[in-house]
Design a protein around this ligand. Sequence first.
Ligand SMILES: [Zn+2]
Length: 422
Amino acid sequence: MSYQYDTVIYNVRIASMQDSEVPYGELLSHAIALKDGKIAALIPSDDSLGEIVKQAKSVIDATTLIPQNEGGTLKHPWLLPGFIDCHTHLVYGGNRAEEFEMRLQGASYVDIAQRGGGIKGTVEKTRCADERTLLNTAIKRAKRLCEEGVTTIEVKSGYGLDLDTEVRMLRVAKSLEQHLPVSIKTTYLGAHALPNEFAEDADGYIDFVCEKALPYIASQNLADAVDVFCETIGFSTSQTERVFSCAQEHGLPLKAHVEQLSDSKGAVLAAKYGALSVDHIEYLADSDIPHLAQSGTVAVLLPGAFYYLSEVQKPPIDALRAHNVPMALATDFNPGSSPLASILTAMNMGCVLFQLTPEEALRGATAHAASALGLHDRGVIEAGKLADLTLWDIETPAELAYCINGHRPAAVFKEGKQVQGR
Ligand SMILES: [Zn+2]
């Protein structure tokens, strides 16, 4: 017998995260039908649920997935889109716990750099790490995100800087999909820092990125996007522009780390090139925001780095809101400035440190995070989108951003298959 649906999940309250008059795009008392890894239909429970259930190969009463609710007597659990962590650097060698310890014992940044710490230390350790070692540590880190209901992760290269290591990082990132129930989007971030072999020759390094590395990475389909660290301590706007135009020649979408430590006008440049996102943006000038609104560029907020570096300059949230620039939120998971393996904590930090509303924080880790990656097939609960779903034993979606380490999903579905929960 052939069924119209693979799975029907009923007794759920849905936070669809669609643009809607109602908070969280909520749909009370609905069932959801899944087929071939996608959402086939959203069905109000007062409709002929009995009929629909007969057309499904498997049927799940969501209340039975909640622990200590054997009889299914609790209120209906909430169903949300799977989270999307749209900015991470989670493939790297070693970690910087020792450096953290040294700093808190009073060592200066110069002391740490002299003892081989900082980003150069991570580059060294990443270059030395073989594929297996990089993969095993990356699996551990990505798993922490998945346990919280993350179903898509963006991973950047940028700790190899030479071609071999950058390629290895991107391959390792992509192969996480074979080990965890997650989609991976890779980003080539060659222009992250200046490697020792190009000391004092940033333009020479940009030549290497544009003439050798990027064309090879594009030809091997190793990256879904290209990113640049445009900053006084990173690369200038003219160097950034060279990488942007080279990436566009190779048909790769753009992202950029901009205005994290200074107003370098990277966001305006990124908007001019139609970048998918500008990330960090603490020092973004209000007057530059209309450029983002016009180009449809997403503002990616990274409160983990803001917190970890004890920054004080906040991104211009009110002005972004006023111009309807979509705001995404991510962990920036990296060893130096944001060793944060928790999208839920990033949401809490977005609310506490940047005064996002819990709804904005949730939208930032779902619908707007999808836009920051140029993905139109996920991030909201809607017929036709991927069936990447999380189920929560909560009274209101605001609880997810409110509580610190208070929640894990009762169940996670990746492309229609249940991958977590009982
Ligand atoms: Zn970053």
